[in-house]
Design a protein around this ligand. Structure first.
Ligand code: C2E
Ligand code: MG
Ligand code: MG
Ligand code: MG
Length: 276
């Protein structure tokens, strides 16, 4: 009987594995058509100025509205896009769409000063896209966006990869676009090396914020924040979910706050309703 069970289990796992491969193949196939089919959508999450709780900006976060699977989060398809060479086209779609949305907001809400910024994530693989700087410049020109209102986020872990072209980052920085180091504190880049890159903003990873109740974690957050400010980086706290976390971040002088305490990522029209 045990033997039979064992055999069933093997069959079960192998079918499971087969299904996984099949679904991966299907995802890949579907993703290739996602742009043309208008299935990609940007959600936006507010960033709040710590001092007066005004809107500092929004971060664009991609979702894939799959006809059968529903809203697929980026963690489930960005790596596929990277592996099957779709990341450049998807990445360009994201940049164009975010800039277009920003310019629409600026036109539709003339009373609102352009005091907020728009942050867009890029994958390290996009730094292989030789035309990226020019493309971004075109977006800014076409939509008439002040370069300093656009922030490009790159994760700290991507700095370890040889893909990161310092030339390209320097060119982006020279054009006036702001560069943010995302998930700061989770990679293994050395602090002495950080100064070689033209980052303006450090986004302190939510890992530091979430475990803030633990004394050692609070000390760690303090050390990271002090480091960032002494190096003249602007700071953003990710993953702020509670009042206590908010208070601690405020005390530490973290410049901007982002997290579910204020809002989840939401569609553009909901941003307007809730924040403009
Ligand atoms: P990220 O850039 O670090 O974005 C923050 C993520 O944390 C978002 O997940 C957001 O929904 C989530 N988050 C925000 N506040 C809280 C909070 O208070 N608590 C918790 N638990 N989570 C919070 P999301 O939207 O699923 O995005 C995941 C990652 O996917 C992003 O992390 C980013 O690295 C990547 N990503 C998203 N959009 C794009 C894109 O357009 N291009 C590329 N290359 N990557 C993207
Ligand atoms: Mg980000
Ligand atoms: Mg992050
Ligand atoms: Mg992240």
């Amino acid at each position: 009987r045990a033997k039979e069970n064992g055999r069933n289990q093997v069959q079960y796992y192998s079918r499971d594995f087969h299904e996984k491969i099949e679904s991966r193949i299907n995802l890949e196939r579907d993703l290739k058509n996602a742009i043309q089919n208008n299935e990609l959508v940007l959600y936006y999450q507010p960033q709040i100025n710590t001092n007066d709780h005004s809107l500092a900006g929004v971060e664009a976060l991609i979702r894939w509205n799959h006809p059968q699977l529903g809203l697929v989060p980026p963690d489930q398809f960005i790596s596929i896009a990277e592996e099957c060479d779709l990341i450049n086209s998807i990445g360009r779609w994201v940049l164009d769409s975010a800039c277009e949305q920003f310019s629409t907001w600026v036109r539709s809400y003339p009373d609102m000063d352009i005091v907020f910024s728009i942050a867009v994530n890029i994958s390290a693989k996009q730094l292989r896209d030789k035309g990226l700087v020019e493309y971004l410049q075109q977006c800014i020109d076409n939509y008439n966006i002040p370069a300093s209102r656009l922030e490009i986020e790159l994760t700290e872990s991507s700095l370890e990869s040889s893909l990161v072209a310092l030339d390209m980052l320097n060119a982006l920085s020279a054009s006036g676009i702001k560069l943010a180091l995302d998930d700061f504190g989770t990679g293994y880049s050395s602090l002495s090396h950080l100064d070689d890159f033209p980052f303006d903003i450090l986004k302190i990873d939510k890992k530091f914020i979430m475990s803030i109740e633990r004394e050692e974690q609070a000390k760690l957050l303090k050390a990271v924040t002090n480091f960032a400010h002494s190096m003249d980086y602007e700071t953003v706290a990710e993953g702020v979910e509670t009042e206590l976390q908010l208070e601690i971040c405020k005390k530490l002088g973290i410049n901007r706050l982002q997290g579910f305490y204020f809002s989840k990522p939401i569609p553009a029209n909901e941003i307007e309703k809730a924040w403009f």
